[in-house]
Design a protein around this ligand. Structure first.
Ligand SMILES: [Zn+2]
Ligand SMILES: [Zn+2]
Length: 165
């Protein structure tokens, strides 16, 4: 899962991949904690621990949830990880490319779709992932174009800090 925070200096959204093995601190009183299986929980008052462990109240986060601390610009979570070319890890038996149907051998440059997790080749000789605008098996765009929150949604509600300095 990805968290998107708004960078006022550039007027763009920044993406951070949430770590799968430790909490992501959102501020002094909130944290996002990994729940496994690509899910995260949002936790307020994270300073409270019982027997050394973080406790409820906890809310399981879903795609495109908005998170806001008092006085802060909202940030958002989404499941749109950036597609990344990696050596195919293998390990779970034969795997066929979702685009061309040919086997993907362990170590071959390939992409796991961030949304549906299907694998496609991605190299100069077999550019299967980028062969089309979207994933072979779902609607995930293959280049850029991942979902971004709309900054107007919160800027119109309160301060409007645009200056050209
Ligand atoms: Zn292929
Ligand atoms: Zn997909």
């Amino acid at each position: 899962m990805i968290i998107r925070t708004f960078d006022r200096s550039t007027g763009t959204w920044r993406s951070h991949v949430l770590p799968a093995d430790r909490p992501y601190t959102l501020g002094p009183t909130a944290a996002l904690i990994p729940l496994g299986d690509h899910r995260y929980g949002g936790l307020a008052s994270a300073r409270l621990r019982v027997n050394g462990e973080i406790v409820l109240p906890l809310r399981v986060l879903e795609d495109r949830d908005e998170l806001q601390l008092p006085g802060e610009v909202p940030c958002y979570v989404s499941v749109d990880d950036e597609p990344e070319v990696v050596p195919f890890p293998g390990g779970v038996g034969p795997c066929r490319c979702a685009r061309c149907g040919a086997p993907i051998t362990p170590g071959a440059p390939s992409v796991a779709c961030p949304r549906c997790r299907s694998w496609s080749h991605q190299s100069e000789s077999r550019p299967c992932w980028e062969h089309a605008p979207s994933c072979p098996t779902c609607s995930q765009p293959t280049r850029g174009g991942a979902w971004e929150p709309d900054p107007v949604a919160w800027m119109s509600g309160g301060e409007r800090g645009d200056d050209d300095a």
